[in-house]
Design a protein around this ligand. Structure first.
Ligand code: NAP
Length: 313
């Protein structure tokens, strides 16, 4: 039985993924900030599939909370109450519309949640990954400023840690929600590649995949937007138009099952360092933004992120 840890497994794409994983016999570790919703999902999974489900609270907009949650996972693996992780799915994330907000460490919420917390979580949990384990980080096609998705949401800025973590503060320019979101996902893709390169250099068998689920209407993704805008964003007219313009479009069932397949399916052995995209019923490795392959930028990004993380123990 594989053991799979997922953030945000109680809703949207993650909810479909955990159902598919449990149906394949995987034991699950749900990490999230909504204890009641996680409890309900855990009970449903246990009763339908007879799998073990562990729930751990985490608020990924806080590095302290992320450290604490990772500490609980490490302790459980150490005392044998949890098996080493066959997959770690960093699925939780989002865009934060409205005024800029900052987590307890003073870093902008979108960058903290989508990038810094994922980097920290993966770093802390690497020691408990099973051999040939997979780490799947959920990105977004918006990370590519030259793509239809990138142009629609807001073109990315330079993938540099400090200006994004301190956007709107300390002399760094304020950025719109779409730009912050797309830029955070660019950083996530670059950090996935950098992580994978380092694991390969160390001879590790753990593989890292960046995953683009496509534009998926009907999840909680645009929850901060006014209701009429949410309705427009999720309408078949919008997805149809996006598709005609070359956007990457999917539905929640396909993207959720795809995430589960990336975690445990033997078809995806050897996808280390890949960018895999769900697009109208196909799941394929494809090219990400040109800038995402810039190794020097990725190395600097990682160093600067680690500096920010270390400055907030
Ligand atoms: N839907 C799309 O069109 C689309 C496109 C490309 C990429 N994505 C990516 O796909 C992933 C899943 O999103 P979704 O579409 O399934 O939306 P969703 O239904 O809103 O799911 C997002 C999940 O992330 C969790 N989350 C957000 N902030 C968190 C925090 N600070 N701490 C802990 N958990 C947090 C949410 O928890 P709560 O329920 O407790 O808020 C929720 O479970 C995200 O990374 C998103 O960026 C989505």
């Amino acid at each position: 039985m594989p053991t799979v840890l997922i953030t945000g497994g109680h809703s949207g794409i993650g909810r479909v993924a955990v159902e598919e994983l449990a149906a394949r016999g995987a034991d699950l570790v749900l990490l999230g900030r909504s204890p009641e919703r996680m409890r309900t999902v855990a009970e449903e999974l246990r009763s339908r599939h007879d799998v073990d489900v562990t729930r751990i609270e985490v608020d990924l907009s806080s590095l302290a909370s992320t450290r604490k949650a990772a500490g609980r996972v490490l302790a459980m693996v150490e005392d044998g109450t949890l098996a080493p992780l066959d997959a770690l799915l960093a699925n939780a994330g989002g865009r934060h519309d409205g005024p800029l907000t900052y987590g307890p460490e003073g870093f902008e919420t979108t960058f903290t949640t989508n990038v810094l917390a994922n980097h920290l979580l993966v770093s802390l949990l690497l020691p408990v990954m099973a051999p040939r384990g997979r780490i799947v980080l959920t990105a977004s096609g918006t990370h590519d400023r030259d793509s239809t998705d990138g142009r629609m949401v807001g073109r990315t800025v330079e993938p540099a840690a400090a200006p994004l973590a301190r956007a709107g503060r300390d002399g760094h320019p304020s950025l719109g929600a779409g730009v912050r979101y797309a830029s955070s996902k660019l950083c996530l893709v670059m950090d996935s590649y950098e992580r994978d390169r380092r694991l390969r250099a160390q001879g590790s068998s753990v593989e890292v995949i960046a995953y683009d689920p496509g534009l998926v209407p009907g999840t909680g993704f645009v929850r901060d937007l006014p209701r009429p805008v949410q309705a427009i964003a999720g309408s078949p007219i919008t997805t149809g138009l996006s598709r005609r313009l070359g956007g990457v479009v999917s539905d929640v069932d396909f993207s959720g099952v795809s995430l589960a397949r990336l975690a445990v399916d033997p078809d995806f052995v050897g996808y280390a360092g890949a960018y895999v995209q769900a697009n109208v019923g196909t799941l394929t490795a494809t090219r990400s933004a040109r800038i995402s392959y810039d190794r020097e930028r990725a190395r600097r990004l990682r160093e600067d992120m680690e500096g920010l993380i270390a400055s907030s123990p």
